[in-house]
Write a protein that binds this ligand. Structure first.
Ligand SMILES: *Cc1c(COP(=O)(O)O)cnc(C)c1O
Length: 377
């Protein structure tokens, strides 16, 4: 089936009780049992919930995996993934991951005995050199947030397989519509469903998808044993959002291309970072491993003062954390999404105080460009 057909139908069928076309919100904590050990496969809602199962089955299909396991947030999903490890296992993190992922490792997992190092994920040779005999997991985003660096997923996937390292790709930015890391060599894909999957900025959620039965089983165990499950209403919102994922991603992508081109021409902008621009150093790789370039555009302004002057001047682009909703947002990563990352780490990847990040929404692109023109001029 094509992507949109799967997005609209996979994991979902009319409700067996009433024929409702839309999967109902099974807002219940428990299920009646006919007798001891006799039930319909549902005992307690942390363990099983039909609305959540529909979302999980849907995401497994869209990401070309076999198992989808959903969580109460993107970070809860990533937390479950690192819980696949045991104390002493070494983790490699790409050096400009989502700030919360870094904080989870530095502030929660490292004190529990998971040592980690950060590395630039751009050059597979650098990763190969950083893999130690006790390294068990590599976590990357591609493109990274907000520097829009790409990881050669096929090359790194091969390397990780050779070395016995679990390769985890956070696919929040691209979504399965534009990129399928499992097909390129990743073992595990994670998502903040809060972003493009849901797409309407009205819930928080996360998902893990894998094609490996052993990992899938263990993740299911962790979901129940650690209990960071999403509520049924949030699962339902994500399911509804995903039905229009293809339409939205097409629009995000088209609008972002126009916005990036406009910014590149503007004299107040020192540099525009967008994988769809020919000026992006990894544009060729982007064309090879992605089916589009997405809706995230970063721009470097002259200084921190210039960023502080310009940011409150936007009217359509709301100054806010998060991304991937139909409405356009702008953010200042150094003080907002990436404030948890030490300044030295930020500077190392070029995440300076003059950098602003646009989450280009689905509005009319002429209005978006006019808003940017007015704010920058
Ligand atoms: C937002 C985000 C997360 C964290 O997800 P939450 O749903 O906020 O917990 C992880 N990775 C990326 C790339 C994100 O943008």
């Amino acid at each position: 089936m094509g992507f949109s057909t799967d997005a609209i139908h996979a994991g979902q069928r009319p409700d067996p009780t009433t024929g409702a076309v839309t999967v109902p919100i099974y807002q219940t904590s428990t299920y009646v049992q006919e007798g001891i050990g006799r039930h319909k496969g549902y005992e307690y809602a942390r363990t099983q919930n039909p609305t959540r199962e529909a979302l999980e089955a849907n995401l497994a299909v869209l990401e070309k995996g076999r198992h989808g396991v959903c969580f109460g947030s993107g970070l809860a999903a990533i937390h479950a993934v690192v819980q696949l490890l045991k104390a002493g296992d070494h983790v490699l993190l790409a050096d400009n991951l989502y700030g919360g992922t870094y904080r989870l490792m530095a502030g929660v997992m490292a004190p529990l005995g998971l040592p980690f190092d950060t590395i630039s994920p751009i050059d597979p040779a650098v990763i190969a050199a950083a893999i130690r005999s006790d390294t068990r997991m590599l976590v990357v985003e591609s493109p990274t947030n907000p520097m829009m660096q790409l990881v050669d997923l096929e090359a790194v996937g091969r390397l990780c397989r050779e070395k016995g390292v679990l390769f985890v790709v956070d696919n929040t930015f691209m979504t399965p519509y534009f990129q399928n890391p499992l097909e390129l060599g990743a073992d595990i894909v994670v998502h903040s469903a809060t972003k493009y999957l849901n797409g309407h900025s009205d819930m928080v959620g996360g998902a893990v998808i894998t094609a490996d039965d052993g990992l899938g089983e263990r993740l299911r165990y962790l979901q129940n044993a650690a209990g960071a499950v999403p509520g049924p209403f949030d699962c339902w919102l994500a399911l509804r959002g995903i039905k229009s994922l293809a339409l939205r991603m097409e629009r995000h992508d088209a609008n972002a291309r126009r916005v990036a081109a406009f910014l590149e021409e503007h004299r107040a902008v020192t540099r525009v970072i967008y994988p769809g621009l020919e000026s992006h150093p990894q544009h060729a790789l982007a064309r090879r491993q992605m089916r589009g370039f997405g809706g995230m555009v970063s721009a470097v302004l002259e200084s921190a003062e210039e960023a502080a002057r310009v940011l409150p001047r936007f009217r359509l682009f709301a100054l806010a954390e998060s991304l991937g909703g139909i409405e356009s947002l702008i953010c200042h990563p150094a003080s907002m999404t990436h404030a948890a990352v030490p300044e030295a780490e930020r500077e190392k990847v070029g995440l300076t105080a003059g950098l602003v990040r646009f989450s280009v929404g689905c509005e009319d692109v002429e209005d978006l460009i006019e808003d940017i023109r007015r704010a920058l001029d």
